[in-house]
Design a protein around this ligand. Structure first.
Ligand SMILES: [Zn+2]
Ligand SMILES: [Zn+2]
Ligand SMILES: [Zn+2]
Length: 114
């Protein structure tokens, strides 16, 4: 089974240094997961909060990447499969490329109108 959600991947910055909800609630996490759609940082399913999973249920953002664990892997919560990190990096590049092309098109439209 492969993941069909690579188009949901964005060039994100981590929003927080640790699990966002655990930091707010003062609870501990085991490992961290970074949401590749918005940059939310949540804790793994071995943590008591399971906030990465909760974030997926709340938002539908499917793909997380291991965050500061010492291992680099990505996982699709929707499909329940690991996703090739090279494919993730390519999707991020494609998203950056798409965003800059959109900006250029907007510029072009602007100059034609003026
Ligand atoms: Zn998927
Ligand atoms: Zn948490
Ligand atoms: Zn997210």
């Amino acid at each position: 089974m492969t993941c069909a959600h690579l188009s949901e991947v964005r060039p994100v910055q981590p929003q927080t240094d640790g699990c966002q909800e655990c930091l707010e609630q003062g609870t501990q996490w085991v490992e961290l997961r970074l949401c590749l759609s918005c940059g939310h940082v949540g804790c793994c399913n071995s943590s008591s909060g399971r906030h990465a999973q909760a974030h997926f249920h709340a938002t539908g953002h499917p793909i997380v990447r291991a965050f500061r664990t010492g291992n680099d892997w990505a996982y699709c919560l929707e499909d329940g499969v690991y996703v090739d990190t090279e494919a993730i990096d390519q999707a991020v590049q494609a998203a950056i490329h798409h965003a800059s092309r959109m900006r250029l098109q907007q510029h072009a439209k602007y100059f034609r109108l003026v």
